[in-house]
Design a binder for this molecule. Sequence first.
Ligand SMILES: Cc1cc2nc3c(=O)[nH]c(=O)nc-3n(C[C@H](O)[C@H](O)[C@H](O)COP(=O)(O)OP(=O)(O)OC[C@H]3O[C@@H](n4cnc5c(N)ncnc54)[C@H](O)[C@@H]3O)c2cc1C
Length: 386
Amino acid sequence: MRVVVVGGGAVGASVAFHLATCPGFAGEIVVLERDPSYARASTTLSAASIRTQFSTPENIRLSRYGWSLLAEAPRRLGVDCALRDRGYLILASAAGAPTLRANHAVQRAEGADVALLGPAEIATRFPWLSVAGVALGALGLSGEGWFDAASLLQGLKRAAISAGARFETADAAGFDRDGARVVAVVAADGRRFPADVAVNAAGAWGGETAARAGLRLPVRGAKRTVFRLLCREGGRIAVESPLIVDPSGVWMRPEGQGFIAGVSPPPDRDPPAIDFEPVWDDYEATVWPALAARIPAFEALRAERAWAGWYEMSDWDANGFVGALPEAPNLIHACGFSGHGVQHAAGVGRAVAELVATGGFRTLDLAALSPERVARGERVIERAVI
Ligand SMILES: Cc1cc2nc3c(=O)[nH]c(=O)nc-3n(C[C@H](O)[C@H](O)[C@H](O)COP(=O)(O)OP(=O)(O)OC[C@H]3O[C@@H](n4cnc5c(N)ncnc54)[C@H](O)[C@@H]3O)c2cc1C
């Protein structure tokens, strides 16, 4: 069997790794990546954080496998992904508290190690944090934190290559079809990669890639800026802080001696991504005021630099697509993870490998994430999108 994967970011590399190491699979795996420097890939531009604090069982389970692969990366991938077990602290106002409680019930049912804390408990644990306007917090006690996404990508890629996969520098420009089936992926330079199965792991370009096969998949790029921050009074905070999500939507976490932070704009101010210029206005207008109010020491915060990347937004329900459409049954989509795709790359890659090798999901049923849900009018609403 010949499998051609379009996109060699964390998701495509994970598909290749899991397929190449899947006991039941014997065949050829080719990954087409148009930019092996990964300068614009979401994987290398991400905040590289991982949480179990989602609202859907699938996303929680994907994170738990993601965590186990990161923890075992030295043995399984031959790299240390610098995994930090530091937790997320998601803060809610009175209006947001019922949603936090409902999400927590799903998380606990899935075995996630998350505690609900009242404002007094939060203030005791994190005395440098203001709890003004906070009605409730949810703190990950284990299995949440951050890591080095570039190491994860390189580890997956190298382990996939050692197990027999091939990475080619190629821009997938189109698909040759025989009726509904894809029979080859055609590169912009004319090279033709015959395929029994093709995988769309093109990230923010997943909608565009599907369109090249004549399919409609509601995945688009959405620009997000990450600010790198320094604070001369932030030493203790850098050591003690989990990733904090403020009720305003502003998030921040320690990174080395400093911090990184960002915010997702409301849907009505979220234009399609056209460039990679950081949006500095967001820092002045939203990020700094929220952080300075939440952490008084951050009055003295200094933005050292910023970068922007693209979320691979699913406009349908802010959840990823895993599976094929009936119009092209051997083109499997694995994209649209809406800001949580690095932590889920491991589990998505394993699920796609199982689909390809055995015809169905085995360890983790992701049938709910089928792209057919759009035509059926079904949404898998993820309430915890950051
Ligand atoms: C600022 C920011 C912060 C984020 N923070 C987090 C976080 O904390 N935790 C988390 O889990 N996720 C986070 N994400 C989301 C995460 O980065 C993505 O969901 C994830 O990286 C998607 O992986 P991918 O492999 O699908 O995409 P990518 O890494 O973008 O890889 C897709 C690859 O496909 C290639 N490609 C596209 N089209 C073609 C084509 N036609 N032919 C050949 N190659 C093609 C591209 O060059 C690219 O390298 C964040 C994203 C951003 C932008």
